[in-house]
Design a protein around this ligand. Structure first.
Ligand code: FAD
Ligand code: DLZ
Ligand code: SF4
Length: 512
């Protein structure tokens, strides 16, 4: 008789209370299954990273005396679905009870719930003990029928509750809740980007097993020099290095992009966080502790900016996901239908900003927020690409992509497909923004200053055409009215020329 406990591939949380005591009546089950490798085509590093972390956790649990049943991707008795493998294990060990941690994805949540109900066993879904708030926390904070839920108002509640960067009198440290406006500098080669804090693993054997099993992936596997952590100890090293070397400049250069660094001063902690090697509370607390120890070296603005991403955006995004699924994924408020250009799969475009950002995503399974939002996302939005096609690409390509966090970021924040529920303005840009925040334009075939000529930067016509196409919807939006009014004030001949150019660009998207 045994209690069978399932651990999913994004539940690599060694600190979970399940593991505090060794109990021989408990059997932990982990499985590498085709149902999870194949629901979307994943980047090779994502599959390797998750399997490596799963295997490492299984090994560590075993060494600590826990009983573990692990299905590898190539095992003959692996039936490649959670339910089928679990049924076999239940029989094998004469299971008397089934427990699992709350899944973070709607798809897996539904599947495990109906599986558990179909088994003739007592069962329980338990907390994953990871997030600051529960699934319903965000929804409870807002009016359900409101047209928009603002992250900022939810963030203040979480800040107060956590006590992070708060004064004793309940006011935010420094008198302001948000220092976003201080975080907008381009990076021109100084200050130096800190030495790498990446980990290097050789996962060639694991990669060979994944290939032999027939799993289809894309992107560079980097199996011989694999740069992602596989356990908590390594993730903690990554956190420590970021707090020491990256955080001091995080705020100033948060929006900057540069060809010489794919990360600049961003943390690259999203993988470790999303598979739960690290808790959001400890990551935010580490940043605050560093600021408090040396406020001159790590400013309040940098610290607040970082803390807001973790306890504000990340929790808020999750709450929106659970409140709005499953209909949220079907959103297409601007009725965009174009297919994803073919160069999303190989990076072969003449537009240097997109070549660098997509090329980097394919080679490293990572891009930072501004590359995702203002280069890749903005292109898709102004070009009118179908949001679901955009969403599926984002879900596969990044090592940190799990639907609960990826989908609202793409459908809501980036593609405005939820009619502005999550973000009050569409995030779109032309070459002037890219030129200001990066050095991409200097290496480009296209002319960032031109809108209409044969060498004109495609982003320009697409940007102005976007506002012309959607002028009625956005004219009264105070956050973007100026851009729309500028578009509307163009002479009729100019408007026609912009529209014609944008149409031509859309016709030849694959060869831009
Ligand atoms: P840092 O810049 O160092 O930020 C620190 C942490 O804050 C991140 O690790 C992350 O956990 C959190 N964070 C920051 N912004 C967000 C946000 N908007 N939503 C949720 N958490 C945030 N993040 C994912 O974790 N998975 C995704 O699949 C994902 N897809 C995205 C798709 C689009 C179109 C956009 C615009 C953003 C997406 N993000 C996603 C959010 C953000 O871009 C990444 O979390 C970040 O780039 C990860 O790099 P980092 O760890 O270096 O982040
Ligand atoms: C993303 C992923 C992949 C590629 N493979 C597995 C797997 O083989 N086994 C597993 O348990 N989890 C995997 N995952 C992560 C799951 O998709 C994730 O646990 C669910 O989406 C719940 O968020
Ligand atoms: Fe991108 Fe246009 Fe600049 Fe080229 S000119 S890098 S396409 S913004």
């Amino acid at each position: 008789m045994a209690c069978v406990r399932l651990i999913l591939g994004d539940q690599i949380n060694e600190s979970h209370s399940w593991f505090r005591q060794v109990d021989e009546r408990v059997l932990y089950v982990m499985m590498e299954v085709r149902s999870e490798t194949d629901y979307v085509r994943h980047h090779a590093q994502k599959v390797i990273g998750i399997f490596a972390a799963m295997r490492r956790l299984a090994e560590r649990l075993g060494k600590a005396g826990h009983r573990v049943r692990y299905f590898k991707i190539g095992d003959k008795d692996n039936q490649h679905a959670f339910a089928d493998n679990l049924r076999s294990v239940f029989k094998e060990v004469k299971a008397s009870r089934f427990e699992y941690q709350q899944p973070d994805e709607y798809r897996v949540d539904e599947a495990l719930d109906s599986f558990a109900r179909s088994c003739d066993l007592p069962f329980a879904m338990q907390s994953s003990e990871h997030f600051l708030d529960d699934r319903k926390g965000v929804a409870q904070h807002f009016q359900p029928e409101a047209k928009r839920w603002l992250m900022e108002s939810y963030y203040r509640v979480v800040r107060k509750r956590s006590g992070l960067l708060m004064d004793k009198d309940g006011e935010p440290k420094g008198g302001k809740w948000n220092y976003d406006h201080d975080n907008r500098k381009p990076w021109k080669g100084e200050p130096a980007v800190p030495r790498s804090w990446d980990i290097v693993h050789n996962h060639q054997t694991l990669w060979a097993e994944i290939q032999a099993a027939g799993v289809k992936t894309f992107g560079e596997p980097a199996a011989a020099n694999f740069p992602w952590p596989q356990d908590r100890a390594e993730a903690l090293k990554q956190l420590k290095a970021f707090i020491e070397y990256g955080l001091p400049n995080f705020g100033d250069y948060e929006d900057a992009m540069h060809t010489s660094s794919d990360r600049l001063f961003h943390s690259r902690l999203s993988f470790a966080l999303n598979v739960k090697m690290l808790s959001p509370k400890e990551v935010a607390a580490a940043a605050v502790a560093r600021h408090e120890a040396n406020p001159k070296e790590v400013s309040l603005a940098a610290t607040e900016g970082f803390v807001r991403q973790i306890i504000g955006w990340r929790e808020y995004i999750r709450g929106v996901y659970w409140a709005k699924m499953p209909s949220y994924r079907e959103g297409n408020g601007l009725n965009h239908q174009a297919p994803l250009p073919s160069w999303f799969w190989d990076g072969q475009t003449k537009m240097n900003c997109l070549r660098c950002s997509i090329g980097q995503s394919l080679s490293t399974a990572y891009a930072h927020h501004i590359q995702r939002l203002m280069v890749i996302g903005s292109f898709c939005l102004t070009a009118g690409v179908n949001p679901r096609a955009v969403e599926q690409w984002f879900l596969g390509v990044y090592i940190d992509a799990f639907e609960w966090v990826e989908l609202p970021n793409v459908i809501g924040m980036s593609q405005h497909a939820d009619n502005g529920f999550l973000a009050s303005k569409p995030y779109v840009c032309a070459a002037s923004y890219v030129g200001k925040m990066s050095n991409y334009c200097s290496g480009c075939t296209y002319d960032p200053k031109d809108r209409l000529g044969p060498k004109a930067c495609p982003l320009n016509a697409l940007y102005w055409d976007f506002w012309l196409r959607h002028q009625e919807r956005f004219a009264n939006n105070p956050r973007i009215g100026m851009a729309v009014r500028q578009a509307m004030a163009m002479k009729p001949a100019e408007k026609t020329a912009i529209r014609k150019k944008a149409d031509e660009l859309r016709q030849q998207m694959d060869s831009l």
